[in-house]
Design a protein around this ligand. Structure first.
Ligand SMILES: Cc1cc2nc3c(=O)[nH]c(=O)nc-3n(C[C@H](O)[C@H](O)[C@H](O)COP(=O)(O)OP(=O)(O)OC[C@H]3O[C@@H](n4cnc5c(N)ncnc54)[C@H](O)[C@@H]3O)c2cc1C
Length: 379
């Protein structure tokens, strides 16, 4: 009997897995022995890392999007019909239209979502660049900014752990080039006792911020924003005034995860090496949706996806497990408008950011375009 693979979520992880499986299992798909189906929410695929450049007018919005149908292998039927219930005991997924998809193997890749509404006043008082609307508004506000206090406020959990540092250094360069740094003060706040969750990155960031006179406050867990008084207050009792507040809002996983009782906060308990849902042997979890305590990043999702492609292929064709995920993550880090560095690490090797260079910045810009090949599984 034909084996059915169902992928819920057509973002970065789901798409790479679908395309990769088609490459590995082409013969079986042709013979009708295996089918791959995807359920998503939109006909558009967005390259989220490109949002970082929107506030500075450094990318055209059209460059962030492709038709999902064109990114996805044509052998994968794509239903724009969000999952409303995932029943891992009965091996079926129900969608908004009422359709029920049964599966032999399920991949959950529903990502994460921004929750500024979790913090009183944040939606009204803050800017962010983590979605297109927010990035557009921040671009407009930045164009009018004429000096004053900027706070870059980081809340957890959030995806792309280096993006808050990137936006801080880019803001500095952007305002410096406009001659506004003489009358601008940038303060970076972070919820734990250092500047980044990864200690070597925190140690690297501290002197870099000090070099530019960027202030910082650690142990800052946001309690509320007062959009009228223009202040932000932490649970620890600190209140900071601002002229422009740039926040990284806290995230949750997708609603369907919580409503299907698959994980608190929308994060699915996942075996960090096998990438199987804890308690399941036919439900893989990939990307931001996992509860694995490593960076929620596109690069993480990509390395996880490669592991899942190998294991699903191996299970379906040879009946055996192929390999475990080693926790690999690789991220470019913009350290200004013209320079960048990178970090890579895995479960046993800590990150070690090197000196920034213009070449690494260009690599990041090049990857922003190459992503579309990567999503198709060609890179
Ligand atoms: C500003 C910014 C900068 C970033 N920079 C970097 C970077 O430099 N490097 C890096 O590695 N990462 C970066 N990231 C993070 C990266 O984009 C994400 O970690 C990555 O997209 C996660 O992939 P995913 O497939 O898990 O989730 P997503 O790509 O978000 O895909 C999830 C998909 O699931 C869909 N979905 C949700 N609910 C349902 C449902 N009920 N039914 C069906 N489908 C559903 C969503 O519509 C979405 O298409 C950045 C992110 C942002 C916002």
């Amino acid at each position: 009997m034909s084996k059915r693979i169902l992928i819920v979520g057509g973002g970065l992880a789901g798409t790479i897995i679908a395309n990769g499986l088609c490459r590995q299992l082409g013969k079986q798909i042709r013979k009708g022995d295996i089918s791959i189906t995807m359920i998503g929410t939109s006909d558009q695929h967005m390259y989220q890392p490109g949002l970082l450049y929107v506030p500075f007018g450094k990318i055209r919005e059209a460059e962030l999007f492709r038709d999902q149908r064109k990114v996805l292998d044509r052998r994968v039927p794509y239903h724009i019909d969000p999952a409303t219930n995932i029943d891992v005991d009965a091996n079926k997924v129900t969608t908004q239209s009422g359709k029920v998809h049964e599966y032999d193997y399920l991949v959950i890749a529903t990502g994460s979502r921004l929750m500024p509404q979790n913090i009183p006043g944040m939606e009204e008082g803050a800017h962010w660049f983590y979605d297109l609307n927010g990035a557009r508004k921040m671009r407009d506000a930045l164009a009018e900014f004429d000096g004053g206090k900027i706070i870059v406020n980081v809340n957890a959990p959030h995806k792309c752990p280096v993006a808050p540092l990137e936006i801080t250094f880019m803001l500095y360069d952007y305002l410096n080039e406009k001659g506004l740094m003489d009358k601008t003060e940038i303060t970076y706040t972070y919820p734990i006792g250092r500047l980044h969750a990864l200690e070597p990155v925190a140690e690297w960031a501290k002197p870099a911020m000090e070099k530019y006179g960027i202030k910082y406050e650690t142990f800052f867990n946001t309690k509320e924003v007062d959009p009228v008084a223009k202040t932000i207050t932490s649970e620890e009792g600190s209140t900071l005034p601002y002229d422009m507040l740039v926040t990284i809002p806290p995230h949750n996983g997708a609603e369907v995860i919580t409503s299907s009782d698959l994980g608190v906060g929308g994060w699915v308990p996942t075996d960090k090496q096998k990438l199987l849902r804890e308690g399941s042997d036919n439900v893989f979890i990939c990307g931001d949706t996992t509860n694995i305590p490593i960076s929620k990043a596109g690069s993480t999702a990509h390395f996880e996806a490669d592991t899942i492609i190998d294991n699903l292929t191996s299970l379906l064709t040879e009946g055996r497990w192929a390999r475990n995920y080693d926790g690999k993550v690789f991220c470019f880090v913009e350290t200004g408008m013209k320079e960048g560095t990178y970090v890579w690490f895995d479960y046993t090797t800590p990150p070690d950011p090197g000196p920034p260079s213009q070449m690494i910045h260009w690599f990041k810009l090049a990857y922003n375009r190459l992503y579309w090949l990567s999503a198709r599984g060609l890179l």
